[in-house]
Design a protein around this ligand. Structure first.
Ligand SMILES: [Zn+2]
Length: 218
């Protein structure tokens, strides 16, 4: 994680921002804001810049019961509903959604919790959703050498919500490598299974842990 100098620089920038809009950074409610914003950016929203996804690459034999994925279609292992919290690079506002990863292992599988950490490491940077999807697919394809990988991300961009667009719009991006790029039937099997176009903002907030604890969203 960034050193004290990084915290100081960001705190100072936030103070400058407050001054620029005519606020008083010394008033009660704002006094701690620069420090809070710096911590939030460095430790949470932009923590991917200080995180190397390669440290989550511990793999297991495909026969290992403990890492059995919840969903399998033949050889395909599917890990779905992984929370995505990212930040759009055009407006620096949150992107909130879910990632679904399907892959065909080459004898080795990745521990389930590692997928969430890998998604996190790439998400918590300034991103665009298309590039985020491609980066996760490339990383898994090159680092664990599966026969194929497919990454689907469905997400809402706060910049389209808070800036007065009428309806919150869900954006869906797909990246495929290996056998998923060659076989449309394989792709559509996975899409049918993991991705429901009826899943709205409410369900995504709930599944990504941002609202309530229910898993009832369809
Ligand atoms: Zn944006």
């Amino acid at each position: 994680m960034g050193g004290p100098e990084l915290y100081r620089r960001i705190e100072d920038l936030v103070r400058q921002l407050l001054l620029a809009i005519g606020e008083d950074p010394e008033r009660e409610g704002l006094r701690e804001t620069p420090r809070r914003v710096a911590r939030m950016l460095i430790e949470e929203l932009l923590s991917g810049y200080f995180d190397d996804p390669r440290r989550y690459l511990k793999t297991f034999s495909v026969e290992d019961e403990e890492v059995a994925a919840p969903i399998r279609i033949g050889d395909v292992v599917v890990v779905n509903d992984i929370p995505v919290r990212s930040m759009c690079e055009h407006h620096m506002l949150p992107i909130i959604g879910l990632a679904h990863i399907a892959y065909i292992p080459n004898g080795r599988v990745l521990g389930l919790s590692k997928f969430a950490r890998i998604v996190n490491a790439f998400s918590r940077r300034l991103q665009i959703q298309e590039r985020l999807t491609e980066q996760i697919a490339d990383f898994i394809y090159s680092e664990i050498s599966p026969q194929g990988v497919m990454v689907v991300i469905e997400a809402y961009h706060m910049c389209t919500i808070v800036r007065g667009v009428r309806e919150p719009m869900k954006m869906v991006t797909v990246a495929t490598r290996g056998r998923f790029s060659e076989d449309p039937a394989l792709r559509s099997d996975v899409l049918t299974l993991v991705f429901s176009p009826r899943r709205g903002l409410e369900a995504i907030l709930s599944l990504s842990g941002l609202r309530g604890t229910s898993n009832s969203g369809q």
